[in-house]
Design a protein around this ligand. Structure first.
Ligand SMILES: Nc1ncnc2c1ncn2[C@@H]1O[C@H](COP(=O)(O)OP(=O)(O)O)[C@@H](O)[C@H]1O
Ligand SMILES: [Mg+2]
Length: 325
């Protein structure tokens, strides 16, 4: 049984979870999940005969489905159908030196955020383009896997409501991602714990954000082929441009969805407390509807101005969904 207890009171406390047997590491938190063995991850037959194990998970499915060749730890090149290397993604490879220069040595003053993956810095490329650079914490294999899935997914998915990946760095042990810079930060920054001098979002903007996020999700579910299940929809992952146009970010947990007659893919449960659909958390059966549940939680946050999980609230009000329903 999965417990959605909250464990990081106040502030930006809702963290990504990995629900499996027992262990906790870094910001990922684990609990026992209905029958899914530790480290074992299976995808239902997706119509292409692909089954995955802990070693051949999302990234290997992607590599098979999209014909991507990988060299070394997480270095991937998209191939066309004739096997020729292509730059169809538009994402380019950066050296660590280039990104260090862009952030002036990853100075604290350039730090704009920190999440489950690592720290995020504002930077300026040699071309003058302003970017956000996310540096992976060296906390193990899971991060490398998410890095590769993120690069592959964002290389293949392009939509005005999905963040653009400009490039990546795989120098030595370094793993960094370079994104378009989103000047207004995340939706979370505009909903909760506002500075007294900061205006709350008006209703029109809230609706605009909801509609844009829905369009991004629709692209993943209905336009991408095979469909993509995002698995990490939350207000912290909805980034905003200067006009409050939203873009979904963080595709490290994304999974290829079911195809053909299959209704779900079976997987180790991952997501974020408060946003993860309970039926998925309890069964490990992931469907497109799991994202719709998370979208519903974001809608509730937009309407109420309350966090999905807020431990500073009294008992009975800490979980937004149970408080509302
Ligand atoms: N492309 C970007 N442009 C501007 N700010 C960003 C960008 N990506 C991330 N950030 C900032 O960094 C913070 C942390 O991002 P992230 O590592 O994705 O954390 P989380 O795990 O909370 O989603 C975000 O909340 C946002 O404020
Ligand atoms: Mg994020």
């Amino acid at each position: 049984m999965v417990c959605f207890s909250c464990f990081s009171p106040g502030g930006k406390g809702v963290r990504r979870i990995e629900i499996e047997n027992g262990t906790r590491s870094g910001s990922r938190h684990s609990a026992d999940s209905a029958g899914s063995g530790r480290g074992k991850e299976e995808s239902g037959d997706n119509g292409k005969g692909i089954r995955s194990t802990a070693k051949s998970c999302e990234c290997w499915e992607l590599i098979r489905v999209f014909n991507v060749s990988v060299n070394g730890k997480g270095k991937a090149t998209l191939n066309d159908t004739k096997g020729n290397s292509t730059r169809s993604s538009g994402a380019r490879s950066f050296t660590f030196r280039e990104l260090a220069a862009a952030t002036r040595g990853f100075r604290e003053v350039n730090l704009i955020g920190e999440g489950g993956f690592g720290r995020v810095y504002k930077g300026r490329l040699e071309t003058g383009e302003v970017v956000a650079i996310k540096q992976l914490d060296h906390d193990g294999v899971q991060g490398f896997k998410e890095f590769l899935v993120e690069v592959l997914m964002l290389s293949l998915l392009h939509h005005s409501n999905l963040v653009t990946l400009i490039g990546y760095c795989t120098d030595g042990d370094q793993r960094l991602l370079v994104y378009e810079y989103m000047p207004m930060g995340s939706l979370e920054d505009h909903l909760f714990d506002l500075d007294p001098n900061k205006e709350p979002l008006n209703w029109n903007t809230r609706i605009k954000v909801a509609v844009g996020a829905a369009r991004g999700l629709e692209h993943l579910h209905c336009k991408a082929d095979p469909p993509v299940i995002y698995r990490d929809l939350k207000s912290a992952n909805i980034l905003l441009d200067n006009d409050f146009n939203p873009k979904l970010s963080d595709f490290g947990l994304a999974k290829l969805g079911p195809v053909g007659d299959n209704t779900h893919v079976s997987t180790r449960v991952m997501g974020t407390y408060g946003y993860c659909a309970p039926e998925y958390a309890m069964s490990g059966k992931l469907t497109l509807k799991s994202d719709i549940y998370s979208f519903g939680v974001v809608l509730l946050e937009l309407i109420t101005g309350r966090r999905a999980i807020d431990c500073s609230k009294k008992q009975g009000e800490q979980n937004l969904v149970s408080w509302v329903c």
